[in-house]
Design a protein around this ligand. Structure first.
Ligand code: SIN
Length: 496
């Protein structure tokens, strides 16, 4: 274990993506001692891969109420208006914080942050950095601060495998790393462990995105919800075996989606054409795929100098796949991208277990409903991590027993097969037979985080007998308005 390692801290943060990094700084700024644990390195989080940006209604023609209306509209009837209100209003302050913390937004010629457009947004409101390398730019700025802050102890290559607190409350976590299992006691524990895209064969997420925090919390009795809502991004490159993401911001700059004959097909599908909400574009591309029709992004009609200047990392990433982003039709297809569901929290990030908080993609505040609005994900990291830290530090301290040490995980999930089955049976299109078959297979697998999270997704998807947002059932193709506002699934309250 690193020299600075200690077994008692004020705030234990698990996960070092943007929510975890920002929460560390916020807690340290309040004078708290922070232990930040990550199973990889500080540089290996999914946040690093976030491309498009972070949405905030600051333009002269914009208003948080418009941002809220867009978020609710794409949430397809089940986004929680209170969570959305907090997201869009607090979000403006958090974006200003990021600038104070050293994040440099891309700017226009007048020196103002350049605000981009993405699908489902009625205004240009996406702040971005490094073109389409926004996550990495923010993460780097925050990491510099975290490493410089002596109140933050960073423990890399260590995983939380159980919670302290004997199932009644959370008083820290059992952390396994460097061949040691250590009980780390904390006043508050924040899970910021990200989503579960890596449970799918085609994903834009890194291999570590296996929903570990969700499994940990749910295994300890915390509620999860909306697990059926997995967002599939429509434009991941379908070449070379990799699901390299081509940001929606490219369509915001005017890129077209075209057939093999070069014909645009989105104008016939939705009034906003290529800038329709993500669930719409994904459904169109998935249906084309199932009919054997390939889809391509085309930027040929755009100024190549502008494309090169605006999206240098995408030009480079495509070049690595032998594709000239400015000239070539780019073959694209859906890939698992983001989990709307997660550990159920209130508006202060509090879970159903006292002392346990969650934020970022591992949490479900309800702000995204059935389909997240583009570039609201980075926003939620900062908004809800901020609220969680302050709520947790203001809460009375608790006494809870440690409880027994967890078993060290021995079984390794059969990930390649799990991913293939998840894609086929709990992917962009689902039905009862496929989901039941998947659940039967999962039931026969040894317990592990991936198996647990895959089971939560598949059982919630089976339970939701309708199509809504990112959840598309072949056997229930219509939206069921009676399910609006209802807690959606049996898995939401499952604690086993
Ligand atoms: C993208 O850049 O297309 C992804 C942005 C997001 O997921 O919100």
């Amino acid at each position: 274990m690193p020299e600075r390692w200690s077994h008692r801290t004020d705030v234990l943060i698990v996960g070092a993506g943007l929510a975890g990094l920002y929460a560390s700084l916020e807690a340290a700024a309040r004078g708290a001692r922070v232990t930040l644990v990550t199973k990889g390195s500080l540089q290996s989080s999914n946040s690093f891969m976030a491309q498009g940006g972070i949405a905030a209604a600051v333009a002269d023609d914009d208003d948080p109420a418009l941002h809220a209306a867009d978020t609710l509209a794409v949430g397809r009837g089940i986004a929680d208006p209170a969570a959305v209100e907090v997201l869009v209003r607090d979000g403006i302050r958090r974006v200003a914080d990021l600038e104070r913390l050293g994040v440099e937004w891309d700017r226009d010629e007048a020196g103002r942050p350049e605000l981009a457009r993405e699908g489902g947004h009625s205004r240009n409101r996406i702040f971005h950095a490094g073109g389409a390398a926004t996550g990495a730019a923010i993460a780097r700025a925050l990491i510099v601060r975290v490493l410089a802050d002596e109140r933050v102890r960073v423990v890399e290559h260590a995983a939380a495998i159980g919670l302290l607190g004997g199932g009644e409350a959370c008083a820290g976590a059992w952390v396994l790393g460097h061949d040691e299992l250590v009980p780390v006691r904390a006043r508050m524990t924040l899970l910021a462990t990200g989503g579960a895209g890596a449970l799918y064969a085609r994903t834009t997420n890194p291999a570590g995105a296996t929903g570990d925090g969700i499994a940990l919390a749910q295994r300890s009795g915390a509620r999860v919800r909306h697990m059926e809502f997995v967002q599939f991004h429509p434009t991941a490159v379908a070449a070379g075996g990799r699901a390299f993401l081509v940001s929606e911001a490219v369509r915001g700059e005017g890129a077209h989606l075209v057939s093999a004959d070069g014909e645009r097909f989105m104008p016939a599908e939705h009034p906003d054409a290529e800038l329709a909400p993500r669930d719409v574009v994904t459904r169109v591309l998935q249906a084309r795929l199932e009919r054997g029709e390939a889809s391509f992004l085309s930027l040929r009609h755009l100024d190549p100098d502008h494309v090169q200047g605006r999206f240098p990392s995408l030009v480079e990433g495509c070049a690595g796949l032998d594709i000239d982003l400015c000239r070539d039709p780019v073959p694209v297809a859906p890939a698992a991208h983001y989990l709307m569901g997660g550990i159920a929290t209130d508006l202060d990030g509090a879970t159903s277990l006292a002392g346990l908080y969650a934020s970022g993609e591992s949490a479900c505040t309800g702000a995204h409903g059935a389909n997240r609005l583009a570039s609201n994900s980075l926003l939620e990291c900062f908004v809800f991590a901020h609220r969680a830290v302050h709520a947790g530090l203001d809460a009375p301290t608790m006494d809870a027993p440690d409880g027994p040490a967890p078993e060290r995980p021995l079984a390794r999930a059969r990930l390649p097969e799990l991913r293939r089955r998840m894609w086929e049976d709990a992917g962009p299109v689902r039905d009862r037979d496929g989901l039941e078959g998947l659940l039967a297979w999962l039931d026969g697998q040894p317990e592990s985080n991936p198996v647990r999270v895959a089971t939560l997704i598949a059982s919630a998807a089976l339970e939701r007998r309708e199509s809504r947002g990112a959840h598309l059932r072949r056997d229930f193709p219509d939206l069921d308005p009676t399910l609006e506002g209802a807690e959606p699934c049996a898995a939401a309250s499952s604690t086993t």
